[in-house]
Design a protein around this ligand. Structure first.
Ligand SMILES: Cc1ncc(COP(=O)(O)O)c(C=O)c1O
Length: 388
């Protein structure tokens, strides 16, 4: 199914060219409204019932489970950030000297710092698989190098689906197969992909999938969702909160202290998980994503960007081949003749919002963007190139 542009559902002024969902997505108007209603609700605490601490999150988890093709919503936990979701993973992994943790070059720090500490404390080795220094087929080569790096020593592969800085797409299915053959855990940071790029837990079988909500899940800041697979079923949470224990629905029995956790990933929910503002917002956002579907978002993003990317290639900018990048997020390596400083000031003048990551301009697009937005980007690059 192809969808048309959905700008009307967002509150983006006509003169703004926002190509930066990887930095932070705008909210859907419906999601903003859900947030405003939720703020107002706090003025009426007498309307909040004990069941409201549990049911909305249960519903949200079932929606997110559908989005990631997971048939056990109880494997989902509410988290405040990626670093929190990764901390839970790390708390439940024991490594030894000689074990290896594989990561990718220039990976986002929230999926690095915890591993650095674990490596230091356990004597394991943290390996960062470099981005290949080749002119063409970088993504293909990078994927091959990842597969080659997985050996009997690999204990954990902690990566992502699309690289946050340049959009490189990793073949998680092949990586999972190799990981399984050496008994390694596969931990994925889905922040820059889930919501816009199809992901199937049933197909990839990650051991954990951690997602912040404020980018491609179109949700508020300081909230996120994580999937934890069977490896983590009897692990320890990083904090002990009342609502993760069995029978916590019975408010009058809360001091009959309970040793048992609720099943599966429920033990990993953050404290105050029933976030009365974030949950209704994220629920509305994921409902809309499920209606659109990540497949259709990819198709739309491809349709609006394909011509512009060809034009940029004609200006001798380098873009990864379609097979090894997402259509929602890609890096454009600038022709060295183009001054980054001049381009930045041109973007500012023309109200074009992208991220600059090293030698790359990171462009990230969604259903509120149109071909005209991408043409505006090409015009700005072309202008700087011709006036160099
Ligand atoms: C790949 C990736 N992971 C995680 C985050 C955010 O991490 P945290 O939720 O720990 O702030 C970002 C933010 O840019 C990101 O790009």
């Amino acid at each position: 199914m192809s969808i048309k542009d959905q700008r009307i559902q967002f509150d983006i002024p006509q003169d703004i060219v926002y190509l930066n969902t990887s930095y932070m997505s705008p909210l859907l108007k419906d999601v903003s409204e859900a947030g405003r209603n939720a703020v107002d609700q706090k003025s009426r605490p007498y309307q909040v019932k004990p069941i409201d601490f549990f049911e909305p999150l249960t519903h949200l988890k079932s929606l997110f489970a559908r989005l990631i093709d997971c048939n056990q919503p109880e494997r989902i936990a509410m988290i405040p950030s990626v670093s929190y979701g990764i901390a839970t993973v790390i708390k439940n992994i024991t490594l030894q000297k000689g074990d290896e943790i594989l990561t990718l070059a220039e990976q986002f720090p929230s999926n690095i710092y915890g591993w650095q500490r674990l490596a230091k404390e356990s004597g394991a080795t943290l390996i960062s698989i470099a981005k290949p220094e080749v002119q063409n087929n970088i993504g293909k080569q990078w994927n091959e190098n990842i597969l080659d790096a997985i050996t009997e020593s690999t204990a954990v592969i902690a990566i992502c689906h699309t690289h946050w800085a340049d959009g490189t797409l990793y073949d998680l299915k092949a990586i999972r197969e190799k990981a399984t053959s050496v008994n390694a855990l596969l931990i994925i940071d889905g922040t820059q992909s889930v919501g816009a790029l199809p992901f199937s837990v049933q197909e990839i079988q990650p051991d954990a999938l951690i997602c912040a909500a404020y980018k491609w899940l179109l949700g508020p800041y300081a909230s996120g969702l994580a999937y934890y697979g069977p490896f983590f079923d009897s692990g320890k949470p990083i904090e002990e909160n009342w609502s993760n224990r069995l029978n916590s629905e019975n408010f009058s029995g809360l001091t009959t202290y309970e040793e048992r956790y609720k099943p599966f990933a429920n033990r990993y929910n953050m404290g105050e998980q029933a976030n009365f503002i974030a949950i209704p917002m994220l629920t509305k956002a994921i409902e809309q994503l499920l209606e659109w579907t990540p497949e259709a978002i990819q198709t739309y993003c491809r349709e609006i960007s394909i011509d512009a990317l060809k034009k940029l290639e004609e200006l001798v900018c380098t873009i990864e081949s379609e097979a090894y990048r997402g259509h929602h997020l890609f890096g454009i390596k600038l022709n060295p003749a183009i001054s980054l400083e001049a381009l930045k000031s041109e973007f500012e003048k023309r109200k074009i919002f992208v991220s600059i990551r090293g030698a790359y301009i990171r462009v990230s697009i969604h259903l509120f963007n149109t071909k005209e937005d991408l043409n505006a980007l090409v015009d700005a690059v072309n202008y700087v190139f011709e006036n160099k």
